[in-house]
Design a protein around this ligand. Structure first.
Ligand code: SF4
Ligand code: FES
Length: 322
């Protein structure tokens, strides 16, 4: 008898190994998988923070055909044999996701026009797919000053959604984590311990794992909108990491170096700070070719279409919409 477990998600079935989560099974089906703002496959113990991956389990298992009474986080819930899951096919899930996006945006500033992450921001994409056009929030938003985290990274705490990815990245990739989440609830914030800087070979990876523009690369800030830069796969011989990167070019200049990400937005191989920050000459790299960013990227498509606006007419010296 097979040890594999059968799960059906939005009417499509797949057999997966024991221990597989609903999110991973949905990604294996590869169609419409739940979004994830905190779960990150290359990092241990991530997930369970943001709640955007909620799904409905309408049958727990073959042996227990009852539904799970509440929506569950698909990044943490493991598949059982005969489980039936509703993701995009459930109006309840879509409504809940809309609510989660609204909560994530409560304190997030709408500063996309001046944010370096615009065009490659998971929250921007999530709001586009699952958000509402207006906010009902009338209270004051959290305010913070910008914080320098070491020589290369700047923290805009106002944009942070407290996904904890950077904390796990710093904890698991470096041997001297000096930043983390201070306090709890609505006063939680990412902070460096007594303003220590993060200064070790793999600290730059916290920029890549941040799903929003909270952690930005100081060498790239305000250099270019991402959709005007050209990404190339490149590599170099590096003694600290694989040396496999993406070079972001403006004309003939390298304006940014990042790790390569897969179609789920997750880093394939973490890179060292020397590759990321210190090699900005084309002669430092073997350029492999233009990077395919996939259909979802704003670089590949005119994703953000202009709304259709009725022509304006002049009435009493003022323009008004027809
Ligand atoms: S700074 Fe970015 S990666 Fe870190 S917790 Fe906030 S949103 Fe997540
Ligand atoms: S991705 Fe599942 S809770 Fe954040």
């Amino acid at each position: 008898m097979s040890d594999l477990l059968k799960v059906t998600i939005d009417g499509k079935s797949i057999e997966v190994a024991p221990g597989t989560t609903i999110l991973q099974a949905a990604r294996q089906i590869g169609d419409k998988y739940p979004p994830a703002m905190c779960y990150y496959t290359p990092l241990k113990n991530t997930g369970g923070k943001c709640r955007v991956c909620l799904v409905k389990v309408s049958q727990t298992s073959e042996a227990n055909p009852r539904p799970i009474p509440k929506l569950v986080a698909s990044c943490l819930t493991k598949v059982e044999n005969g489980m039936v899951v509703e993701n995009e096919s459930s109006a309840e899930v879509l409504e809940a996701r809309k609510g989660v996006v609204e909560f994530l945006l409560i304190n997030h500033p709408l500063d996309c026009p001046i944010c370096d992450q615009a065009g490659e921001c998971d929250l921007q994409n999530l709001s586009y797919e699952h958000g509402t056009e207006t906010t009902r929030y009338e209270e004051g938003r959290r305010e913070f000053n910008k914080i320098d985290i070491g020589p290369h990274i700047q923290l805009h705490m106002t944009r942070c959604i407290l996904c904890y990815r950077c904390v796990y990245a710093a904890d698991q990739l470096t041997n001297s984590r000096v930043h983390g989440v201070l306090n709890r609830g609505d006063v939680s914030e990412i902070s460096t311990y007594i303003q220590n800087s993060i200064d070790n070979d793999f600290s730059g990876n916290i920029i890549d794992v941040c799903p929003v523009g909270a952690l930005t690369d100081k060498t790239y800030r305000f250099k270019q909108r991402v959709w005007f830069s050209k990404p190339y796969n490149a590599h170099r011989n590096c003694t600290k990491c694989s040396g496999k990167t993406v070079l972001w070019m403006k004309d003939e200049n390298i304006i940014r170096v990042t790790a390569r990400k897969n179609k789920f937005g997750e880093v394939e191989e973490f890179i060292c700070n020397e590759c990321r920050f210190d090699h900005r000459s084309k002669t430092d790299w073997v350029i492999e070719g233009v990077r395919d960013m996939g259909d979802d990227s704003v670089i590949s498509a005119n994703k953000y279409e202009l709304p259709v606006v009725s022509p304006a007419v002049l009435v009493d010296s003022k323009f008004v919409s027809e």
